[in-house]
Write a protein that binds this ligand. Structure first.
Ligand code: NAP
Length: 493
């Protein structure tokens, strides 16, 4: 069985010891004492402070060459590692190249030694295969960690395992896009998987947190995630992981940053093999992913875009547009029925398209206003709907609308500004919805509230599209209130 290991370090041994206690009591099988990351480390401290947990400890003194901070001379390092071996912890980590002599002086492959190698720059698959086999032959466990720049490099790394027969391996990717290798650790038969104690201490990209890693040891484990670029501070992993944890589901939601559009189809084609059961899609791949689907729902076909994929058991890809559902559901939950009501949508991009489809289906009388009116005309023409388009200047002369929807980025974090809709239209509306979710209270939402108008934040839309995706992937109702609470906390933090 794959063992979960939490590296421990700190400002001193006491702090490292506290982390170790927390890790073991929270379900980690092993701790890795990263002596090089504990100022003032010495072997006596390990012997005295960690004596009761040495049978569950990996002792590591990572050299600078391998990404650590130990600057002991070679002689001292060898002496130190020999002393560590004599303590007989669960494992001592010896580096394939730096600790060559020590490894060979131990003779045959011996119990309690991890032979490791880290690749920090580019690598060739053949090289990794050769080195992993060498580490496995010399150590009780052979560990290779390779830096990746994206998810596709992680896929390449995982593919190597298809023709490696060493059962005593631990292969993992470091860096953005490396998370999938940790998520699949049990599925690929890794002896050990390294993870952070909790989400706050996830310092190195590529790692998962202990609770997520624990869920992924259970039968029925699954991976879902978000493709797009750049993903920045996406809130979807936070919202979905909270839901998995709350319902005790063995899933994890990962960000899959795909910087280059040529990698999209590679990833989609590999998703089933990777054990990815569901995918959310964001900018700039909503249209391109639509074209790669085997089946799409009505909303997706109308929009020509998807934001969610179900990877079916028969490996087919099913695309959904849950943004439309998210918007309709937010209005319905606020008790607003748009049938035969005047609705103004501001903006003419993808968000506006989703709003038009949702409101059209619900029977609203829609106008679309945009800074560049020609773009609004083009949008409406391409959708083959009969909808009036306006410039922003024309809004001043308009009669009141029952509903106003902002589908522009004006007001979002880093793009703050006064509402682009005239105040008299805001004050006379019944409901104002801003598709922006960060901040939850934009200048438009604030203005609406000041006039006593019902205001809906884009956070509601984000939440309900997420809940729909959750239900498609997991087949159980989403814990909406738990997801909302976590979203709010994340936005406010
Ligand atoms: P987009 O394709 O880039 O469209 C932006 C629209 O905003 C364009 O029509 C553009 O007008 C207009 N615009 C941009 N800057 C403006 C300014 N300074 N003054 C007036 N108009 C301006 O963006 P999108 O994908 O449709 O997304 C729009 C917003 O919706 C984003 O903030 C996004 O985060 C949000 N959204 C939220 C959810 C959710 O779940 N809550 C889902 C999807 C989108 P021009 O044509 O004149 O350039």
């Amino acid at each position: 069985m794959t063992k979960i290991c939490v590296p421990v370090f700190g400002n001193d041994f006491r702090e490292a010891r506290e982390r170790a206690e927390r890790a073991l009591s929270s379900g980690a099988h092993l701790i890795e004492i990263r002596a090089d990351l504990i100022p003032g480390f010495d072997i006596d401290c390990i012997e005295s402070d960690f004596s009761d947990m040495l049978d569950r400890a990996i002792i590591t003194l990572r050299s600078k060459e391998e990404g650590g901070r130990s600057d002991l001379s070679e002689d001292k390092r060898v002496r130190w590692l020999k002393a560590a071996l004599s303590l007989r912890p669960a494992y001592v980590d010896l580096e394939l190249e730096t600790d060559k002599e020590l490894i060979s002086s131990e003779g045959e492959k011996r119990k309690g030694v991890i032979v490791s190698k880290h690749f920090f720059s580019s690598w060739k698959p053949e090289e990794i295969k050769r080195v992993l086999a060498e580490c496995c032959a010399l150590g009780d466990i052979g560990k290779v960690a390779a830096h990746v720049n994206n998810i596709i490099e992680s896929v390449q790394l995982l593919e190597l395992l298809e023709d490696i027969d060493n059962s005593n391996h631990a292969l993992m990717a470091m860096g953005v896009g490396g998370e999938i290798t940790r998520a699949l650790a049990a599925s690929i038969g890794s002896e050990i998987v390294y993870c952070a104690l909790d989400r706050k201490s996830m310092v190195a990209p590529g790692q998962l947190d202990l609770q997520s890693q624990k869920r992924l040891l259970s039968d029925g484990r699954f991976v879902v995630g978000l493709i797009g670029h750049p993903l920045g501070h996406t809130l979807s992993p936070i919202m979905h992981n909270e839901a998995f944890e709350a319902l005790g589901l063995p899933g994890v939601y990962l960000p899959f940053d795909i910087p280059d559009s040529s990698q999209l189809s590679v990833f989609l084609r590999s998703s089933a093999k990777l054990g990815v059961k569901g995918i959310n899609v964001t900018i700039p791949y909503k249209e391109a992913a639509f074209s790669a689907m085997d089946w799409t729902d009505d909303e997706a076909r109308r929009a020509g875009e998807i934001n969610a994929i179900v990877v079916d058991d028969d490996v087919s890809l099913k695309g959904y547009n849950n943004d439309i559902f998210g918007l309709s559901e937010s209005l319905a939950r606020a008790g607003f029925n748009p049938r035969n009501r005047r609705a103004l949508i501001v903006g003419a991009g993808g968000a506006s398209r989703a709003a038009i489809i949702a409101l059209w289906k619900m029977g609203a009388k829609i106008d679309v206003a945009n800074r560049t009116p020609e773009r609004a005309e083009e949008l409406v023409r391409s959708m083959r709907v009969f909808i009036r388009t306006l410039s922003l200047d024309q809004l001043a002369a308009e009669k009141p609308y029952n509903l106003i929807v902002n589908a522009t980025p004006v007001g979002m974090k880093g793009f703050e500004g006064a509402p682009i809709v005239p105040e008299k239209l805001i004050s006379s509306a019944e409901v104002v919805m801003d598709m922006i979710y960060n901040p939850p209270e934009t200048s438009l939402i604030r203005a609406a509230r000041q006039h006593g108008v019902k205001a809906i934040s884009g956070m509601e839309m984000l939440l309900y599209q997420g809940a729909k995706a959750f239900e498609l992937w997991c087949g159980v109702p989403a814990p909406v209130e738990i997801m909302r609470k976590r979203l709010m906390e994340a936005i406010e933090s």
